[in-house]
Design a protein. Sequence first.
Lengths: 276, 257, 256
Amino acid sequence: MMPDKVAIRISCVSHQFGEEGEARHVRALRDTSLDVARGELICLIGPSGCGKSTLLNILGGLIAPTAGSVEVFGKRVTGPMPRDIAFVFQENALFPWNTVFENVNLGMLFQGVPRAEREGRAKRAIEAVGLKDFAQHYPAQLSGGMRQRAALARALSLETGILLMDEPFGALDEQTRMILGEDLSVLLSRAEKTIVFVTHSLGEATFLADRVAVFSARPGTIKKIIKVDEPHPRRSDFVTSAQFTSIRNELYALLHDEIRKTMAESSVSTAGGHAP
Amino acid sequence: MIAAAASHALRRPWVARVGVVVLLLCFWEIAARWWVDPMFLSPPSRVIASLPAVFETRGVPAALRVTFWELAVAFALSVAIGLAIGLAVGLQPFVRKSFMPIILLLYGTPQVTILPLFILYFGIGPASKIAFGVSHGFFPIVMTVVAGVQNIKPILLTSARAMGANRWQILRHVVFPHMIPSFFAGMRLAMTGVLLGVLLAELYVSTAGIGHFTTLFTQNFDPTRLLGLIAVLAAMAILLNETVRRAELHFSRWHSE
Amino acid sequence: MTPTGDRREARFASRAVQVTFLIALLVLWYLATTRWRVSPLLLPNPVVVLRDFWSILTTGEFIGDLRVTLTELVSAFGIAASSGLLVGYLISRSQYRIQVFEPLFAGIYSVPIILFLPLYVLLFGLGPASKIALGVTISFFPIALNTIAGFGYVERTLVTAARSMGASDLQLFRYVLLPAALPIILTGMRMGFTVALLSIIGSETIASLAGLGHRIVYLAEGMEMAPMFAYIVFVVAIAAILNTLVSALEARGRRR
């Protein structure tokens, strides 16, 4: 891919937690390389523990990889880059003592946006996710889906080129996920953002992604990349199309063995042995 | 008819509660008038009627003011010192692990044994009362501040860091607001502690505070004025406690929902 | 190093800091009184304190005061516990009574009970009776409140299940209510004991002719710093022992 079209360049990244021989030693990622193009939405999917969340944290500069490097817009990642990268986490990362509006505002304060601009940007972001009537509510007063919308609004208001989303809809019920997925697709068609989206859900990955990177079991590496050739915004009828079904089946086939492998490994380690 | 109305009204607990209090007051009235030597106990009617006399006793209003001031200063110092120590200990895990056991140990000792020492060191004036009050009041603040700082969800700190917050911003916008409900709960306990400490010291020895007058009325076998003074002090204590309790409720709105 | 090794190392380091801190304090104390000429009327020499402490223990001169204090404590706690348990149980039997009395008790307890001391001294004099009276007053409330909470809020389903199996009133009490309420009641009794001890020592300090609290005041008035410090250490130790015992009893009772 041409360098200026690359938003994120991941080069031979490996990561392990702890030292060899320690009880907590885990090889999370093995030799992972990937180029993420500007404006594309790439999904990372794989069995539990395959390192996809670890990779996301490495991309965002929250963890330094034990080997390899990551470049974002041509700059090497050495720590958080709040002007270029925004996160949406699975857990509720909204500050519970602030209203939705205050949460969004605070994010921009951290990033360094001048006070005059903050109010306008906050209002626009909150409206974009459909929470205009709930801007003065506290997170405890909102449903799970609305909280994640608020978290998304906070990330959007930061106006970064890249959005890293770690199973943002993972804690929500199926129906809310469907709706939020469709809304996300609409949002993205409007703004040119590069998104790396970690998910467990095959359907979600197929619906949202331009490309899906399938990970192997731990230590994870990219097994295969599948393209989803359907323009955004994707409508709800895409889910019933033949293309959707065939891609989803392909993902399932690729993942099935890896998931089995992960289950077997975890039952071995709970039985007392160390994974080789 | 009246019985029926009464039993209907009694169905509400607060009415019964008031009834119990009234009954106790009547019992006190009867006991004080006919059974107990008036040198030892005074009926509530006389106590209430003599309240103005209590206030007119030379020095009592000033003593009340001094005591109130001692309470206020002791509380403010407890909060300031407790907050400083709590933050210093709570924010650094190693400091916390090292010093928390020592603090807990000190908190568990009966401080009243060193009351004479406080008087020896700080004199018989207000300073010793304030000091003793602070030594009772700052512990709950340290405990609750440390607890409030400790149990922040890591994801909130990660999130702030990812958005580019520096150390000072994290402290101000994440750690501090998170700790506020615990802090106010601690203030409620601190007020109880300060009341205990200041009043204990006052009752032990006092020249300018109300302790002087409780001793005076006791020695002069004046139960009327003593009970009046105690009632006023109790009212003061209730007022202070209630104020802090309301403040706690107000600032913890987001927490309880 | 393994993670458990890391943690062990960290714990050792904290311990080391604690021990060093305490030793440093003792050293400072010693230096203050010997090298730096702090007046012995302000701070006694720790060695002298230790010597006096030892002599107090070996001569048994503490016995008289200790007996007074313990008698007051046992009397006060005994009366408070029996009345608190009884009253608490009776109140807990009816939801209505709970609603009437629980807030009343909680309200009274929120006032600093120490204010009653001058009244009790006026009524009962400077002897043990006033200390016991105050001890009972202070200690009664946590016991009563916890007894109410323990018996009053037993899960309805447990009671219903037992009744449906034909349990009599006595059986219900012995096999359902009591075991369910016991942990909370024991906690209340522990709290009651602790405040009783504090109030006894406190009232002995303020207005008494005998007892450990009085002894400390007596020595303070005589400016006998070293014996006073020794007695302070003694009282703190006794309090710690008693409180530990009571907490252990509470834990034992709860584990059953």
